[in-house]
Write a protein that binds this ligand. Structure first.
Ligand SMILES: NC(=O)c1ccc[n+]([C@@H]2O[C@H](COP(=O)([O-])OP(=O)(O)OC[C@H]3O[C@@H](n4cnc5c(N)ncnc54)[C@H](O)[C@@H]3O)[C@@H](O)[C@H]2O)c1
Length: 436
């Protein structure tokens, strides 16, 4: 049995070396936070190019300034691809992807490969924390046996926790420190050490009774969003048919001071979390003979949104005496949400593919994505169109898919021939603007 108090004390005195495995949207802000409060941080990633960039003081994520990375480099942050160095770390915080495979089932390969990669270098006195979003049971079923494989005993000489990340990239109102952090330990000792790790960096740590409860908490949060967005997307279709503006209705309902939370409709779900995470629970629930009907239903409604937007585009062109085939269409905003450069699961990309499949000639404009990046399943040899008056007027239609603040909405309204607005940016009814 190691002296647990000594481990706790190492975090409290900020003498511990924090290891962050997976230096992405989640891992990097966490690294910066620990660095800012005086911890040495070792970042471990399999991607040599990211590691080189970070070690050179550069950033590869738009909303994380390079100045922050270079400052961290000067004050105790280092990145490496060498997993052997995991043994130096007192905490190993895993922030690796948890996507779905092509059958829309959890792809646990990143979590498993990472755990296998650090496994030979685990030692007594360490705490291992999984932050990746995942189904209830992952920590117990996948991490626990691997962590104990070499003879270490969780809760006695090594500690295992699950603490979901709640990062909201691009949201200026919250930062790592001010977002309360839920944490579940495999044993009470694990929880105690885990709290000591996180309470240095986060204002409010919220302990729950198990790693499973913590895993399910994160899924509930994201399922809540997916289901409510599905609901409001369905309401949008009904409102549209009845000649009612759904955005006006949501804003009016949101004046109720209790019992209502506003969610806004859009062209579909995007990002690494909301379209994906709910299906982690769907998959696991099947093991228990249960069907997650709300998740499936909202998934169905949300996944139909790009087709709905396409239908509105075709209606608008039709009214102007045009077919989509051969028309030039400009998609505004291809990041999955406003003011970020993240294109993962973006519904804009699906809309672009649908336009192309119908014979339309598609282009895009996005101030955050200057060149269409190489994506695993989609590709367009395109770069962002400049939003000049002349260029806007040259397209048969524009589809407003992501409402970045950087767009000049007055110019778009004045110059575009037809606007298909999936974000409720244009509230006053105008002949050349269609709500989608
Ligand atoms: N992006 C968000 O807003 C957000 C918010 C909350 C939770 N999450 C969850 O956090 C987790 C990470 O998401 P992300 O957006 O940071 O992903 P990301 O793709 O931005 O970053 C993951 C990093 O892990 C690295 N990596 C992959 N395999 C590895 C391995 N075997 N060993 C070490 N590093 C490896 C990748 O190179 C990459 O740098 C996911 O489970 C996600 O669901 C993400």
């Amino acid at each position: 049995m190691t002296d647990m108090n000594a481990v706790v004390e190492k975090f409290k005195s900020r003498q511990a070396l924090i290891g962050i495995v997976g230096l992405g949207y989640v891992g990097l802000p966490l690294m910066l936070r620990y660095n800012a409060i005086g911890f040495n941080v070792l970042g471990i990633d399999i991607d040599q190019s990211k590691v080189d960039k970070l070690n050179a003081g550069q950033s590869y994520i738009e909303h994380i300034p390079a100045a922050n990375i270079s400052k961290a480099r000067e004050t105790g942050f280092e990145a490496t691809v060498d997993f052997k160095r995991a043994s130096e770390c007192d905490a190993l915080i895993l922030c690796v992807p948890t996507p779905l495979n092509k059958y829309r089932e959890p792809d646990m390969s990143f979590v498993i490969n990472t755990t296998d990669a650090i496994k030979p270098y685990l030692r007594a006195g360490q705490v291992v924390s999984l932050e990746s979003t995942t189904y209830p049971g992952t920590t117990e079923e996948e991490l626990l046996p691997r962590v104990q494989e070499g003879g270490l005993v969780v809760g006695e000489n090594i500690y295992l926790v699950y603490s979901p990340e709640r990062e909201d990239p691009g949201n200026p109102n919250f930062e790592t420190r001010t977002i309360p952090k839920v944490i579940g330990g495999h044993t009470p000792n694990c929880l105690e050490v885990g709290i000591a790790l996180y309470e240095q960096a986060i204002d409010q740590v919220v302990p729950v009774s198990s790693t499973k409860a913590a895993e399910m908490t994160k899924l509930l949060e994201n399922i809540h969003r997916a289901v409510n967005i599905g609901l409001v997307n369905e309401m949008k279709i009904v409102a549209d048919r009845m000649g009612i503006d759904i955005f006006e209705v949501v804003d009016a309902a949101a004046t109720k001071p209790f019992g209502f939370t506003p969610y806004y409709p859009g062209p579909g779900l995007g990002g690494h979390c909301i379209p994906i995470d709910p299906f982690y629970l769907t998959w696991k629930a099947r093991e228990y003979g249960l069907h997650t009907r709300f998740i499936e239903l909202s998934g169905e409604v949300n996944q139909a949104m790009p087709e709905y937007v396409l239908g509105k585009l075709m209606d608008g062109l039709n009214d102007a005496g045009k077919a989509l085939k051969g028309s030039r269409v400009l998609v505004l905003g291809i990041a999955y949400k406003k003011n970020v450069d993240d294109m993962r699961e973006s519904p804009s990309v699906e809309i672009m593919e649908l336009i192309e499949a119908k014979g339309g000639v598609v282009a895009y404009s996005d101030p955050h994505v200057p060149v269409f990046p190489k994506m695993r399943e989609h590709h367009f040899e395109l770069s962002s169109e400049p939003l000049t008056a002349e260029n806007l007027a040259s397209f048969d239609a524009v589809v407003l898919a992501t409402d970045h603040d950087k767009f000049d909405y007055a110019l778009i309204e004045a110059k575009a021939k037809l606007i298909v607005d999936s974000r409720g940016k244009y509230r006053t009814p105008t002949a050349h603007i269609i709500k989608a």
